[in-house]
Design a protein around this ligand. Structure first.
Ligand SMILES: Nc1nc2c(c(=O)[nH]1)N(C=O)[C@@H](CNc1ccc(C(=O)N[C@@H](CCC(=O)O)C(=O)O)cc1)CN2
Ligand SMILES: Nc1nc2c(ncn2[C@@H]2O[C@H](COP(=O)(O)OP(=O)(O)OP(=O)(O)O)[C@@H](O)[C@H]2O)c(=O)[nH]1
Ligand SMILES: [K+]
Length: 454
């Protein structure tokens, strides 16, 4: 019998109400010691998914009025008996109620222990548990939507599909090999190729969801670069919707890197506005220019800004060259002014070109579209599953490689035994992802990232 655990599940701070969650075999008897329901109704006698109003009493003293929600195993978040006590929000009262629950026999929950129990009791798999963290930490609608899809099994379903396919293939192969005297239909090469190709397609799809998922969740490390005075700071302010960078008509206004996080359509950009790129004798400005050049070579997205109203110079050309090294959008700014720029040259060098007036906002929608395209948003379909972290990506990658090994073994005519070994490796990697076969260490690491009460 495992301990009955308790923790404050709402944020620490003053609010309307706070919730103390209690989970475990003795949740009802523990809470009945301190919760006095109206008409002396005992929590232990209540049906699951019902509520009672009452008082929290400790050492004969009334602490607060509260509502108790009862969940009966297995129908609860953790799969165990659960009581949720909602008391008046307030740090002092809430801690007092938690103390009373602990005095009555519960033990303090570890970080993520409720969700860990949900996992151990088979309510959710590891991908779904990890999605819980993503839901809590989501900073945009699309990040929240993606996390919710995963919580509802989008990744688990894909993995199950591949797993079942590979399991039946491996079973068929070994039955056929092990019981030659039985009347088992021979596995045809077509069937094998078919199950490998289907598996590869699904796993490939999951892998490619990862980068888009990261763009939605963590954001893309984005550098705004260009000659002095092209309008980089104005662009930054346009995207962030506030005056973040200093805009003046003096070239060389921005000298250090200014950072901000903005949501562009469905994508989060972690923007850095950099010093205008030019050769300079000013010592401080030169440091800024060097930093800008360094940053734009390692970013996830380069917004290379050009001035529609000025002709190309050597600094522009140097920037165009760097554009080949990272994902890049060329932004031709100040389209409200007369054309001086050789835009044909830029179009010939950089694939994604957007015409903009950062000052008026004209062209902003096209820029949003270009950013979403680069982040792969048109193929981003969270209901098809999004791998949410490196652990998941690695497991899928390992599985994918093993399926490819199996296919390769078939192509070069290795024995069915050799093929089966690769299929089994592929399955093992998937079981690690879902947590069906994984070490305590991995499970602990997953739940280590949770807050107490979740
Ligand atoms: N009060 C409260 N609100 C909450 C939660 C909670 O634990 N308590 N949640 C916590 O994250 C989220 C909702 N997630 C939940 C997930 C499963 C179950 C649950 O009771 N599942 C049972 C019963 C399902 C059924 O009746 O069909 C089960 O899966 O067996 C409850 C909440 C957000 N809101
Ligand atoms: N007409 C017009 N002027 C613009 C536009 N965008 C920016 N400007 C003006 O161009 C000047 C320079 O803008 P900034 O945003 O400071 O340019 P910057 O590239 O950050 O400049 P540095 O800090 O020198 O690198 C300011 O006077 C802006 O108002 C635009 O789309 N149209
Ligand atoms: K400027």
């Amino acid at each position: 019998m495992s301990d009955t655990i308790a923790a404050i599940s709402t944020a620490q701070g003053e609010g309307g109400i706070s919730v103390i969650r209690i989970s475990g075999d003795s949740a009802f008897t523990v809470c009945d010691k301190i919760f006095k329901g109206i008409n002396n109704k005992k929590l232990a006698d209540m049906k699951g998914y019902t509520a009672s109003f009452g008082k929290i009493v400790s050492d004969g003293e009334e602490i607060d009025e509260a509502v108790a929600l009862v969940f009966r195993e297995p129908l609860s978040y953790t799969g165990e008996n659960v009581v949720e006590l909602s008391c008046h929000g307030g740090i002092y009262i809430t801690k007092l109620v938690l103390r009373a629950v602990l005095d009555a026999g519960a033990v303090p929950a570890q970080a993520g222990e409720f969700t860990k129990r949900a996992f151990l009791n088979g309510k959710i798999d590891l991908s779904e548990a990890e999605a819980v963290i993503d839901i809590i930490s989501a900073k945009s609608r699309s990040a929240a939507r993606a996390a919710l899809c995963v919580k509802e099994g989008a990744v688990r379903n894909k993995i199950d599909e591949v797993k079942n396919l590979l399991l039946s293939t491996a079973a068929h192969l070994s039955a056929w090999a092990d019981y030659p005297e039985e009347d088992i239909a021979e596995v045809t090469d077509e069937q094998l190729y078919d199950s490998f190709d289907v598996s590869i397609a699904i796993l490939d799809g999951l892998i490619s969801s990862y980068d888009s998922g990261q763009a939605v969740k963590q954001g893309i490390d984005t550098v705004i670069a260009g000659r002095p005075n092209v309008g980089k700071s104005t662009l930054m302010n346009l995207l962030s919707g506030c005056e973040r960078s200093i805009v003046t008509d003096i070239p060389g206004t921005t000298r250090d890197i200014i950072e901000d996080t903005v949501i562009v359509g469905d994508v989060i950009l972690r923007l850095s506005d950099t010093a205008g790129l030019r050769t300079t004798d000013d010592k401080v400005e030169k440091i800024g220019v060097d930093r800008a050049k360094h940053r734009l070579k390692q970013c996830g997205l380069l917004l290379a800004v050009f001035d529609y109203n000025r002709s190309l110079d050597d600094d522009d050309k140097e920037l165009i060259e760097s554009a080949g090294e990272v994902p890049c959008i060329a932004i031709i700014n100040k389209t409200d002014l007369d054309k001086q720029l050789d835009t044909e040259y830029i179009e010939s060098k950089i694939k994604n070109v957007v015409y903009l007036s950062a000052k008026s906002g004209e062209g902003r929608a096209e820029l949003v579209k270009a950013v979403e395209d680069i982040a792969g948003m048109d193929n981003f379909n969270p209901s098809e599953g999004v791998l949410s972290n490196e652990r998941q990506r690695q497991a899928v990658l390992n599985s994918l490689n093993s399926v490819k090994d199996a296919k390769n073994a078939l192509e070069i005519g290795l024995t069915y035994d050799a093929i089966t070994v690769s299929i089994e490796e592929a399955i093992t990697s998937l079981l690690e992802l879902t947590g069906e076969r994984t070490s305590d260490e991995v499970v602990d690491r997953v739940f280590h990232n949770f807050c107490v009460g979740k």
